[in-house]
Write a protein that binds this ligand. Structure first.
Ligand SMILES: [Zn+2]
Length: 367
């Protein structure tokens, strides 16, 4: 099979054709290629829901939200839990394991779970319900034992955080600092501990649920920006992060910055009242809020995030890296993330206005 168009490579746009079966076989130039874009499939490492479904609702809901995000270009997804009583979180991890092993028909690849909560600070919950608990060795072993956890959001100031870092790193789980009251020094120590344990450090939705950057108090964002080994997530719906803050972090972090949606069940649904983690929220003008006014997840999709980046001055190859290769590098997925011979044939075809035209997974058109 082959696709023709303007191929978005990591460093340039090549008019040409991509030949593939389940994997990409060749990429060749063709000056007459049609005026549409071929991008690598998108990777969303932090997504709670969409199309009325939430990860915490179980396997059928995970199918539904996964297919919704596929229609917006996501070909690899990490369904994400929320802070709830521990038994509910474990139920969600078992549901994600089940969906991972059977796959989602006409859906994206399920890489595994992002465990966001309950190992977060009770003082920086954001929109997480109030069931935060410390990462005791027993709970960490139970979560890791499901075999599906790929990313954990961790507040490094919690009791047991040090042993949890060692255990998660050993299990290959990316450790993402977030929902934390830690300062620059605490974040710096945690990043060093993660690296020393052989792990990969990250930051959960930079700037949100953590202290800001100030001259005398640089905060965790600065620690993450200054460590060459650290990655960072960003929800770039332009409500969670100002475009100038995106440009700042993008300049410093380069390929260590990745876009996530943090989408909740209201993504793709009519605006109005909805629910997040058992709490009432309101969706208005593309923004989700708790009754008190705090942001409560997003209704973002990755195609929109890509357009937001381009509108904020990013080149298309750079914007594409933010939704594909950077996340692949963070997650250690060397088989995807760019349009290169030998990689999986996961593609997003977009028209000239960067609207989704086609989505392909493993050489099969799915949307
Ligand atoms: Zn969060």
């Amino acid at each position: 099979m082959r696709l023709e168009g303007h191929i978005v490579l990591p460093d340039r746009i090549l008019p040409g054709r991509v030949s593939f079966d389940t994997h990409i076989r060749s990429v060749e130039p063709d000056a007459d290629a049609p005026r549409r874009y071929i991008l690598p499939g998108f990777i969303d490492g932090h997504v709670h829901g969409g199309d009325g479904a939430d990860t915490m609702d179980g396997a059928a809901a995970i199918d539904r939200l996964s297919r919704f995000h596929l229609s917006h270009g996501t070909t690899t997804i990490l369904p994400t839990t929320i802070t709830r009583p521990w038994a509910d979180v474990m139920d969600a991890l078992h549901a994600i394991s089940e969906v991972m092993s059977r796959g989602v028909a006409n859906g994206p690849r399920i890489h595994g779970a992002h465990l966001e909560g309950p190992f977060v600070s009770p003082h920086k919950l954001g929109a997480q319900p109030p069931f935060a608990i410390p990462p005791s060795p027993e709970r960490v072993a139970e979560a890791v034992g499901t075999g599906c956890v790929r990313v954990v959001t961790l507040a490094p100031e919690l009791e047991h955080a040090e042993t949890a870092i060692a255990a998660f790193a050993e299990a290959g789980v990316r450790i993402s600092l977030g929902h934390t009251t830690t300062d620059y020094e605490g974040a710096d120590r945690a990043i060093c501990a993660i690296c020393a344990a052989g792990g990969v450090p990250g930051g959960t939705h930079l700037f949100n649920a953590m202290s800001p950057i100030e001259g005398r108090r640089p905060g965790p964002v600065t620690a993450l920006m200054c460590h060459d080994e650290a990655f960072g997530e960003m929800i770039f719906d332009t409500h969670h992060v100002h475009p100038a803050s995106f440009r700042l972090v993008s300049r410093v972090m380069g390929n260590r910055l990745l876009f996530v949606t943090d989408a909740m069940r209201g993504a793709g649904q009519p605006e109005g009242p909805s629910q997040l983690g058992g709490q009432d929220v309101m969706i208005e003008d593309g923004v989700v809020r708790l009754p008190g006014g705090s942001l409560a997840g997003s209704v973002l999709t990755l195609d929109r995030a890509l357009r937001n980046a381009v509108e904020s001055g990013a080149s298309l190859p750079n914007a594409a890296r933010l939704v594909s290769s950077n996340a692949a590098a963070y997650l250690g997925l060397s088989d995807r993330g760019s349009i290169t011979a030998g990689k999986l044939a996961d593609f997003v075809v977009m028209d000239e206005r960067l609207e989704i035209a086609e989505v392909w997974v493993g050489g099969a058109r799915q949307a």
